[in-house]
Write a protein of this length. Sequence first.
Length: 447
Amino acid sequence: MFRIFRTNLQVQTLRRGVATSSIQTNPQLPSHSYGHLPTSQSPITSTLHFFNSVMPDGKQIPTYRVLNGDGQVLDGAELPEIDEALARKMYEQMVQLPIIDNLLYNVQRQGKISFYMTAHGEEATLIGSAAALNNSDEVLGQYREMGVLLWRGFGYDSVMAQCFGNYEDTSSKGKQMPVHFGSRKYHFHPISSPLATQIPQAAGVGYAIKRDPLRRGKNCAVVYFGEGAASEGDFHAGMLLASTVPSPTLFIARNNGFAISTPASEQYHGDGIAARGPGYGIDTVRVDGNDVLAVLSAVREARRRCLEQGRAVLVEAMTYRVGHHSTSDDSFAYRPRQEVEDRKRIDNPIARYKKFLESRGWWNESEEEELKDRIKKEVMKAFRRGENLRRPELKEMFSDVYGGEEPWNLKEQREELKALLKKYGGDWEPWKKELKKFKGEGKEFIE
Ligand SMILES: Cc1ncc(C[n+]2csc(CCOP(=O)(O)OP(=O)(O)O)c2C)c(N)n1
Ligand SMILES: [Mg+2]
């Protein structure tokens, strides 16, 4: 062992152009006399000092903010480059999210869809970041990122098609649970329920972009994840991969305070998710996730760095999950109602941004009413249409499950279904009724 160490030390010191003679002749001298460590350029100190913070004196990492809670620009803050058209589009996109969310949440309660998740409270994080990206950047979401897809033009009919699993669902032809969107056209990779799987995948996507001469320097991979998902090993695997095999991968942590019922304070003992970035040598910023202009600036700059350096960047957006985790959750079992009511008012991302727009003369009350009316009508129309469309043809259940050739197990399952439908599908009432919901009524199996 010792011999190997000595050999490595000599190689290192030679590489750095430092004479090895003193080390070899005076092995007893304390290392601070040399300051040349085999695996680091670390300066030598004779003070025994432990540390546990990214910031000096144990201070918390600051949060970048542009607007105060009342929508006024903070002293000294620089506004992102934004014109009236972009500013209004961002507002409209934010306002539409709770309208869709409220409708589909209630639709789930009526039993018309199996599941739903809202983005209540996180509108600024989603829309501010979506606006900062290029629409052809590859997005890998967790599940609350419908707003990013809508920003890119996905449309209400596509939202309904996915949630109802009707035959217009291009995300997965009705195979996935509601909110598990995906779209090749809009560069949005399909959502998968197991937490954090998208994080190392994103480092791979970023690397693929870097290897593609047509996309290198033009696009990045963008991965959204919750602070709870960041407790998974996959988070660390993804960060390490993007750090050691450099790639333009933009990590966006949505720190909304909860992983279902577990508060963020129980997810980490350190300074949030941002504190982990420097550990991986990754440029990092913490931003007020309820301030859409701060998110816009921070993500634009993060993306610029990603492209310029071909390296990963981490953004931690501090926000609050106003809604329940999902339709399978009642959050008042683990947090006080009053806390939620308070957070709806304090730094409300939509109200705050509205005040900013009004102060610039870019928005007024009559436009507000007109906008909400229009969105509600459009969403309702898409909902009625979506719920009445049939499901995809039954045979689609087996197509596009995997890329490439269909594996033996799917073939076997399809044959089994065919045999069962031949036997019961034409006669047994519950199955006859069920088959009517599918385009083609399963005839491709029965006849
Ligand atoms: C590997 C894995 N473990 C547990 C779950 C169950 N689960 C679904 S969402 C969730 C909480 C995630 O919280 P966070 O990442 O903070 O995202 P948020 O819901 O707050 O947006 C958990 C534990 C899962 N889907 N996958
Ligand atoms: Mg969370």
